[in-house]
Write a protein that binds this ligand. Structure first.
Ligand code: GDP
Length: 306
C-alpha cells in the first residue's frame, strides 16, 4: 500500500490537494460542483466519468441531506470506489498451463519494463516463467529481453534475427509456447512490437500473431494484456478502444502513475465500456522491477485522497 501511496504522490499533490481545499469548509452549492468538475477534468478523468461522479454526488447529497462541503469528501471517495471496482479483477491463472499472456501496446509505454516486472511478480508467486521476444521489429527490444533474462535467470526464446529478412513474430511466439509446454513452464510472457494504431498493416500483423498462438495451444493467448502510459491521459482511452477492436483486450497495465498528475485517467477507462470494462490488472508505479501492484480500487482511491 505504501508503494501505491508513494507512486501516486504527484496525482495526490495535484488532485488530492485541490480537493482538500475544496472540501475544507463552506457550503455545498453550485459553485462548488463547478469547481469540482474543473478539478476532475484537469486530472484527465474525462467528461463521462466526471459527469457520472457529479451525478452520483448530487444524489448522495440529496439522499443523506448533506450540507457541509466537508461531508462531500467521503461521498466522493465512495463514488470513485464504486466506479473503479469493476476494473478490479485479478488474473486467474490456475486453469491453463502454460498460461499465455500476449503483451501489446504502443512503443515507449513501458512494455518491456512491465514484462520484467511481471516475470518477477509471477516468480515471487512460485511460478516458472518463459519470455518470448516477439518484438522482432526493434532489435533493441530483443537484446533488452535477452540481457534481462540472463541477469534474472529466466528463459528467453529469441531466435537470432536474420538481417535481411526479420523473423516472423508469430513464429517466435509459436515456438515459445511449444517450448513452454515441453519444459512444463507455468507462464509465457510474449512481447510484441509496438503499434501505432493508425498503422493498419501492423495491426493486421499483430492479429496474425494472436491467430498463430492459438495454433500452438487452442485457447491461447489466455490474456491479451495492453500496456498504457498514464501520462498519455485521454489518448490511453483511445488506445484501449483501438486495440480492443483489433484483438479483444482482456487486461490492462497502467504504467508511470508515479510521474503523472493524470491519475484520473483510470476513471475515464472505467466508464468507457460501461457494459464490459476491461480488467485493470496492474499499476506501474516506478522504474524498479518491484514497482508493480495488482490494482485495488480502494487502495488506489485512498492513496489519492490521504
Ligand atoms: P516499451 O517501448 O513499451 O517497451 O517501453 P520501455 O519498457 O522501454 O519503457 C520506456 C521508459 O519508461 C523507460 O525509461 C522505463 O524505465 C520507463 N517506465 C516504464 N514503466 C514505468 C513506470 O511505471 N514508472 C516510471 N517512472 N517509468 C517507467
Amino acid at each position: 500500500a505504501d508503494k501505491v501511496r508513494h507512486g501516486l504522490s504527484r496525482t495526490r499533490q495535484n488532485l488530492g490537494k485541490q480537493l482538500s481545499g475544496l472540501f475544507g469548509g463552506g457550503k455545498i452549492d453550485e459553485a462548488l460542483y463547478e469547481e469540482l468538475e474543473t478539478i476532475l477534468l484537469t486530472a484527465d478523468t474525462g467528461v463521462n466519468a466526471t459527469n457520472r461522479l457529479l451525478e452520483d454526488l448530487r444524489k448522495q447529497v440529496k439522499r443523506d441531506g448533506l450540507s457541509d462541503a466537508a461531508q462531500l469528501k467521503k461521498a466522493l471517495q465512495e463514488a470513485l470506489i464504486t466506479m473503479l471496482a469493476p476494473l478490479e479483477q485479478p488474473l486467474d491463472m490456475t486453469k491453463e498451463k502454460p498460461f499465455v499472456i500476449m503483451i501489446t501496446g504502443v512503443n515507449g509505454v513501458g512494455k518491456t519494463t512491465s514484462i520484467g516486472k511481471l516475470a518477477k511478480y509471477f516468480q515471487s508467486e512460485g511460478k516458472s516463467v518463459l519470455l518470448a521476444a516477439g518484438d522482432t521489429f526493434r532489435a533493441a527490444a530483443r537484446e533488452q529481453l535477452i540481457v534481462w533474462g540472463e541477469r534474472n535467470n529466466i528463459a528467453v526464446i529469441a531466435p537470432e534475427n536474420d538481417p535481411n529478412n526479420r523473423n516472423d513474430p508469430a513464429a517466435v511466439i509459436f515456438d515459445a509456447v511449444n517450448a513452454a509446454k515441453a519444459r512444463n513452464i507455468d507462464v509465457v510472457l510474449a512481447d510484441t512490437a509496438g503499434r501505432l494504431t493508425t498503422q493498419l498493416h501492423l495491426m493486421e500483423e499483430i492479429k496474425k500473431v494472436k491467430r498463430v498462438i492459438a495454433k500452438a495451444m487452442p485457447d491461447a493467448p489466455h490474456e491479451v494484456l495492453l500496456v498504457l502510459d498514464a501520462n498519455t491521459g485521454q489518448n490511453a482511452v483511445a488506445q484501449v478502444k483501438a486495440f480492443d477492436e483489433a484483438l479483444g483486450v482482456t487486461g490492462l497495465v497502467l504504467t508511470k502513475l508515479d510521474g503523472t498528475a493524470k491519475g484520473g485517467v483510470i476513471a475515464a477507462i472505467a466508464t468507457q465500456h460501461v457494459e464490459n470494462p476491461p480488467a485493470l490488472r496492474f499499476l506501474g508505479v516506478g522504474e524498479g522491477v518491484d514497482d508493480l501492484r495488482p490494482f485495488d480500487a480502494r487502495e488506489f482511491v485512498e492513496a489519492i485522497f490521504d
